[in-house]
Design a protein around this ligand. Structure first.
Ligand code: ZN
Length: 414
């Protein structure tokens, strides 16, 4: 290994790894997916890791969305520190919604960049390209010590920008469709090849939840996905790496018995109570890739007009059976460790099988091909946290998914 002294990132000290420290973020991996696949005998390596390593459940950050959790894992800290609390933010001054994919929104250095600065070799592979710039912030590619590329744009990656030219050709795997299980398989395959041929000190592999949005843990397509993952996990484990397997969030069915999506349209309610478009509901799950979840998740925030009676609005929303909790901005910032300047006046979380929508006419539910499954709230906060070595670990709620690199490095330093 190329470094011998501990690395400090965002006030946490990471031991120098003696072998590669790997964190794998299985996007949308509700713990039941693993339980079911293991029960069918499809994940022998993960089963063994749970039995002979360390097996826990951890809590994700809220909102239980992809970007806030990936950046928490990448920085080792909650959104109050790194600033990324959704896929986009709303600027009340301009009335504009701004995507938060850009590095300028990131308020803390990543663990990867700190390891890189300390002289380590760092590899990051993401399924979707939307995360690449944020995860790669602070990395430099001129010394062949960093790689950060996506499966989605693997045909066009370059040495200068990603540390790997034409990643698809290098891997010998065609650039996958963005909506596919192969997009995640590419990430695992790249991780195996990097560990074998490039010897990173630290590696992060993060997938996409396309399969999990579509299929429940009982369905063969979901089981096949985890069976595929276990084959790559076997190879990573056999090479002696210290591995933490966790997730950005869980995934719950959000439909009724007939398969129709279950939604509370909060913008419609606020329009009725406060006047048309007086309040503004923001669903930070929204992004350019909405086809598989219709922009519906378990978390929403709303900006209220001046003079609105916030306590009354909260009481009215909280009385709805679709809603699990309504918090003031101040309560949400404190409890979920969120950046106050990027959150609305109230925060809403729906119940396990419900989602929060804006206005009914704004959601294209016809684009949903399967009964809706989604995430974002407290009912998708529980995620697996499995280490292939025995280490001293707390469990949820103390253990967080963003402790992944802290414990991967600890396991790698044994
Ligand atoms: Zn996700």
């Amino acid at each position: 290994m190329t470094i011998t002294t501990p690395v400090v990132a965002n006030d946490r000290t990471y031991p120098a790894p003696k072998t590669c420290a790997i964190a794998i973020c299985l996007d949308g991996c509700e713990p039941e997916y693993l339980t079911k696949a293991i029960a069918d005998g499809l994940m022998p390596t993960l089963k063994r890791m749970r039995e002979t390593g360390t097996d826990r459940l951890a809590h994700s950050v809220i909102p239980s969305f992809t970007n806030p959790n990936n950046l928490s894992i990448a920085t080792g800290r909650p959104p109050s520190v790194h600033g990324i609390c959704g896929n986009f933010l709303y600027e009340p001054e301009t009335g504009e919604e701004v995507m938060m994919n850009d590095v300028r929104f990131l308020r803390a250095p990543t663990v990867f960049s700190k390891f890189y600065e300390a002289g380590a070799r760092v590899a990051v592979v993401t399924a979707k390209d939307k995360l690449r710039a944020l995860l790669g912030a602070g990395l430099k590619f001129d010394e062949d010590r960093a790689k950060c590329f996506s499966a989605e744009r693997s045909d066009t990656s370059t040495t200068e920008e990603h540390g790997q030219a034409e990643a698809s050709k290098w891997l010998g795997m065609a650039q996958p469709e963005v909506y596919s299980a192969e997009l995640s398989e590419f990430v695992f395959a790249a991780g195996v090849k990097l560990l074998k041929e490039w010897s990173p000190d630290v590696m992060y592999l993060t997938t996409t939840d396309y399969v999990q949005h579509k299929y429940s843990p009982d369905q063969p397509e979901a089981k096949a996905f985890y069976e595929m993952f276990d084959k790559y996990l076997t190879e990573l484990d056999a090479m002696g790496a210290a591995i933490v397997v966790t997730a950005d969030h869980g995934m719950k069915p959000k439909h009724d018995a007939s398969g129709d999506p279950q939604v509370i349209y909060v913008q419609d309610l606020l329009d009725e109570w406060l006047g048309e478009a007086a309040a503004r509901v923001i669903l930070p799950i929204t992004d350019p890739y909405v086809v598989h979840h219709g922009a519906l998740g378990g978390f929403g925030t709303a900006y209220l007009p001046d003079g609105a009676n916030r306590a009354d609005i909260i009481a009215r929303l909280a009385s709805r059976e679709e809603i699990l909790e309504v918090l003031t901005k101040e309560e949400a910032v404190e409890r979920f460790e969120l950046p106050a300047d990027r959150i609305g006046d109230i925060v809403m979380i729906s119940t396990e099988n419900l989602t929060i929508g804006t206005s009914e006419h704004l959601h294209d539910l016809a684009a949903l091909n399967e009964p809706l499954r989604s995430h974002g709230g407290l009912t998708e906060q529980e995620v697996p946290f499995i280490v292939n070595r025995i280490i001293d670990l707390p469990s949820k709620p103390v253990l967080r998914n963003f402790d992944a690199f802290f414990y991967a490095a600890a396991a790698a330093a044994l």
